[in-house]
Each structure stands twice: as C-alpha cells, then as structure tokens.
Design a binder for this molecule. Structure first.
Ligand code: PAN
Ligand code: ZN
Length: 174
C-alpha cells in the first residue's frame, strides 16, 4: 500500500487567445487570427487562505505580434505581502519586473533558471525564442492578481525580435 498516486488535485487550464491579448501590444497584427493561442496556464488553485499554495505552468507559444515578442498580461499581486517563484523548464525568454515606482528591468530566462519575484514587484513573461517557453510558478493562494494597476501604469519597456536580435524599446503607447 506504499504506491499512492501523487497529489490528486485537479489541474485546470485557461487559454489566452490573441483577441484577448491585442491591447498588450504596440500594434495590431492583421496576419494573426483572433483565435491564435498566445499562452495557456495549467494551474492548481487552493482556497484563498494564508498558508495555502497555488501552482501553475505557463506555456507561451512562439508567436510574434508585428515583431513584438509574445508576453503575458502581467500583474502585481493584490496582496502585496505575497511573493512568487518562477522556474523555467523549457525555452528562452525574459522575466520583466517593475517596482512600485515604475522602475522596470528584466531577468534572462533559460532552461533551469530560477526567479524570485518580490511581493511588491509586477511581473510579466516574455517569449523571445522560436520555441515554447514553459515556466513553472508557485505562489500563495491569497495573493490575488491586480491587472488594473498594470493597465493604468504599464511596464515601461517593449521587447521585439529582429532575426536573432532582441530589441528593447521604451514604450510610447499603453
Ligand atoms: C502566473 C501568471 C501566468 C499568466 O501564474 O498568472 O503566468 O500571466 P498573467 O496572469 O499575467 O496573464 C502568476 O504570476 N501567478 O501569480
Ligand atoms: Zn504572479
């Protein structure tokens, strides 16, 4: 009776399509279908209680939007005491971070890279490669996601790919 199945919690998947991600990008790419899959998040969520954990796997597709690299919406945690770990299991990308003063920077992501996201840092994944970027995350169940704050004062950089080069530009539009 030692060979029990692991965990057993239900994994749910949520899919972000291009039509729901259009306003993340500088411009609309007419060559992309509205139903193009941008990313999927497989997750296990607990009741929102201190001490409980959520787990997630984000799969970023190798899509470019007029040369701009595929990215997650990005967020601060609603509960600003909640930090997070990201671990890259496949692909190459950038983890864009921003503090509350609007200072923005990136950490390189590659297979096996581990990232600690402070509780007061906004965070966004960016797939800079031409393969899937897969990132495993673990965060407190009572963290919550504050997307509105990013919409009002967004990340100050945009990331583009031109051939093998990654180009980071200061953003002009929201
Ligand atoms: C991650 C993110 C996931 C999708 O699980 O929620 O990568 O990104 P957006 O939620 O910004 O669309 C996480 O950071 N959880 O806290
Ligand atoms: Zn988060």
């Amino acid at each position: 009776d030692w060979d029990k199945e692991p965990c057993g919690k239900e994994v749910t998947v949520s899919t972000k399509l291009y039509k729901d991600a259009k306003d993340f990008y500088e411009s609309v790419d007419e060559s992309l279908h509205d139903d193009t899959v941008m990313y999927e998040v497989y997750s296990v969520s607990s009741q929102s209680e201190p001490g409980k954990l959520n787990w997630g796997l984000t799969v970023m597709h190798p899509v470019k939007v007029n040369g701009e690299c595929n990215m997650t919406r990005g967020h601060f945690h609603e509960n600003m005491d909640c930090e997070e770990y990201y671990w890259c299991s496949k692909g190459t990308g950038l983890l864009m971070l921003m503090d509350e003063e609007g200072k923005c920077w990136c950490e390189k992501m590659y297979e096996g890279s581990l990232h600690h996201i402070r509780s007061d840092w906004a965070h966004r994944l960016i797939n800079t490669g031409d393969t899937y970027l897969k990132v495993v995350a673990c965060w407190p169940a009572d963290a919550g996601h504050d997307y509105a704050r990013i919409e009002h004062s967004g990340f100050t950089y945009r990331v583009y790919c031109e051939g093998k080069d990654i180009i980071v530009k200061e953003r002009r539009t929201n």
